[in-house]
Design a protein around this ligand. Sequence first.
Ligand SMILES: NC(=O)c1ccc[n+]([C@@H]2O[C@H](COP(=O)([O-])OP(=O)(O)OC[C@H]3O[C@@H](n4cnc5c(N)ncnc54)[C@H](OP(=O)(O)O)[C@@H]3O)[C@@H](O)[C@H]2O)c1
Length: 342
Amino acid sequence: MSTNRKVVLASRPEGAPVPANFRLERAPMPVIAEGEILVRMRAISMEPAIRGWLDDNDKNYFEPIAIGGTMRALSMGQVVESRLDGYAPGDFVRGLFGWEDYTVANADTVLLQKIDVSPDMPITYYVGVLGGSGQTAIVGLDRIGRAKAGDTVAISAAVGAVGHVAVQYARHIGCRVVGVVGGPEKARVARELGCDAVVDYKSAASMEAAIREAAPEGIDVYFDGVGGEMLDAMLNNMKTFGRVICCGMIAGYNDSDNPPPLYNAWQIVARELELKGFLLYSYAEFVPAALATCIDGLRDGWLRTIEHKRIGLAHAGALFCELMSGRTLGKAVLEMDLSEAD
Ligand SMILES: NC(=O)c1ccc[n+]([C@@H]2O[C@H](COP(=O)([O-])OP(=O)(O)OC[C@H]3O[C@@H](n4cnc5c(N)ncnc54)[C@H](OP(=O)(O)O)[C@@H]3O)[C@@H](O)[C@H]2O)c1
């Protein structure tokens, strides 16, 4: 092991990212200092939030990645060498790590934690259904949306990483679920996952009318990962006192200087709506219970997960581009090929 491969940001995307924005490079194998661990990367979570770190502005909650800087993501790895108390070789760890074969972490690494990997669960699940995506779905519905049996819950990006868990959990707790997706294949999967009604916004002449047809009585809780036009259409379909879980606004991520406008904001007042911004990492105390819910769901069978998986570090950039152009279904995850780089 004399070199370490890493994916760096080659150029800043203009609009949707393209594979040429990323470059695979070789660097010397890192040597750890006191207080650090050396981690063999195992699974990298591809998430829309990463798009915000590729722009050189201060609009995000993490600092931008520099040109030539190593790409980063919430990831799973295994400790191979430790000079940090409490961590030993063989431990599984999750944190904000680099897109690389081997990464160095320390006590200040964002979200660093040891993970108990169940033998019956694939390691990639720990950045998806058993990681931030699954937990965001459960904590968002329970704590922000306060969804309960009998509620009508609308979910956008309904067969995406967060959405497909949210759909199944909302069904599990007795809600009526309206899934909003782009395209007929995604609509078919949304029905298979248990959506009571599905809106394919790409084929609907009017998004607002299509939502009304799917939920004539109105929406109690809207789980919003998209923002923009879809949120606007939903505002005109919310019930009085409805709750909107503002989880993401992907409709604006590829052009953060020109976010799509909201024309129906008056409905927030007129319908006395609650719109609450939500970042999972501020709700750490609810994460263990959400994780247990997802593990139970997978074992009991009321929850199934879909992965859009690529294997091998060289595919990381292309996979992220697929995610940001809406071409993935389920959790976009990169699994490291352990036969590479060793
Ligand atoms: N707040 C938090 O703590 C937190 C945590 C995780 C994720 N999130 C947010 O939740 C949302 C979903 O994240 P995810 O990881 O589950 O991703 P994802 O849903 O797996 O992938 C993104 C999906 O968004 C939809 N989409 C709608 N408009 C789009 C556009 N203009 N460009 C690209 N895709 C578009 C596409 O589905 P359709 O084709 O079906 O529309 C696409 O497949 C994102 O906004 C993300 O930032 C927030």
